[in-house]
Design a protein. Structure first.
Ligand SMILES: [Zn+2]
Ligand SMILES: [Zn+2]
Length: 263
């Protein structure tokens, strides 16, 4: 079984203190074959990830780790872009010529703040309507290869609002997934939801089934680790889940081209 963890943060992200070396060592201990670093990045004013990363430091750290861990693990250079649709021109200025293998697209903010602030004082329908509306913009961004944690908001809203109704949002989600498929992008199975109180992958198994039904093929798997102990968490579980749903491949990326790995 080929094991890849395509969603890892280090201290190049504003919300992690781990060094890249430590994350690499842990991935090797966990038996992971390939990892991709996906540090937070955003051009949105006011976002915590705006202006945080130093790309030359990030790239030189990856190159140094490639030397240190040569022959033990494959390492890819990625980034997790928050709300790339907010300012694609600014993104193009910042990202052009940077040699990324993989671009994850995320929605972490709605309106002028983070999701956790947005959901305060609003009801379940209002927050999920708003979230999926933002999410639908990711599928047409040229700065997205794979849509990260498709129903992420439940990680923040589950305790206060309960889960969302898959049945109610089925058509909305199907429309988002069709856009992703049409634009040759993929989705991620993010295992961090299993570690939160909702105890589900993001997206849920129902969404993954729907994606398969309407012809979705490209899926990456990521732990969304921000600490050493989460590297590789539940990656095997996710591969087995995809296999049971009928997916024959999981995907890795090289220079932004998807590569199928037989499950
Ligand atoms: Zn994220
Ligand atoms: Zn992340």
């Amino acid at each position: 079984m080929y094991l890849s963890d395509y969603h890892i943060h280090t201290n190049n992200s504003f919300d992690s203190n781990e060094t890249m070396t430590v994350m690499c060592e842990q991935a090797i201990v966990e038996g992971i074959d390939e990892i991709c670093f996906t540090e937070h990045f955003s051009v949105k004013e006011g976002s915590k990830s705006n202006g945080f990363i130093d790309f030359s430091k990030y790239f030189s750290e990856i190159n140094a780790c490639r030397d240190i861990f040569k022959g033990k693990i494959t390492m890819k250079m990625g980034i997790e872009i928050g709300e790339p649709f907010e300012d694609e021109y600014k993104l193009s200025c910042e990202l052009t010529k940077l040699p990324f293998d993989f671009l994850l697209g995320s929605v972490h903010n709605i309106g002028f703040g983070g999701i956790s602030r947005y959901i305060e004082g609003r009801d379940n329908k209002e927050i999920w309507d708003a979230y999926f509306k933002e999410l639908s913009k990711l599928s047409s961004s040229q700065y997205v290869d794979v849509v990260a944690h498709l129903d992420l908001m439940k990680r923040y809203s589950y305790d206060s609002h309960g889960n969302y109704s898959y049945e109610y949002y089925r058509d909305v989600i199907a429309e988002v997934l069709r856009g992703i498929i049409k634009n040759d992008k993929g989705i991620e199975v993010n295992t961090s939801g299993l570690r939160s109180s909702v105890k589900e992958t993001m997206p849920s198994i129902s969404v993954l089934k729907l994606y398969k039904e309407i012809g979705g093929e490209i899926v990456t798997i990521g732990s969304d680790a921000h600490v050493k102990g989460d590297v590789g968490r539940d990656i095997r579980y996710a591969v087995n889940m995809l296999s049971e749903l009928g997916f024959k491949y999981l995907y890795t990326y090289h220079q932004r081209q998807p590569i199928a790995k037989k499950i």
